[in-house]
Unconditional design. Sequence first.
Length: 184
Amino acid sequence: MMIDALIGGRIEDIGREYEHDEMEAYGDFILSKKFRIDRAPMSNLTIEHLAKIRPYKRLADSFFKSVDEKAEALALQGQKIPGHKLVEGRTNRLYSAEEAAIELFELVGLPKSKYMKSELISPAEAEELIREELPAIRKRDVEKLVATITVKPPGRPTLAPLSDRRPEYDDGTDDILMDDDDEI
């Protein structure tokens, strides 16, 4: 009720105590198909409203973080979360072997001072640098070239709406677990 009041801009409901029957009715309403939280238009909120709402930001963030963690844990245990699916989280590319990356950069003639910081530059920075230093090479070819020396580690499973375009996460356990009747 508090989150709904905060987001909905119902300032009078923020911080008030609710009766037991109000809480039960609200719980039933949340479970119904009619429940929706509509965000209050910022233009309707006064400075006093903003000052009253702002201190609850951490509480709301903490609550939704806990909701996400609990839902992800349940999904990882195999429970279906209506309207959601597990997908592979996003990660950044890494070099599969730094030595191979250095050899490639030397081969295309990049000065060491440009691709080495205190550590090797990232694959995205390498693509940008190669395009700057060798403008005759097409972007697609630079991406293919850098792809030969990079890997993309799997991301941590994360919960996403069904509309997310990433494929559903597969932890591979279905392939490992077989019935006694199945042959190898």
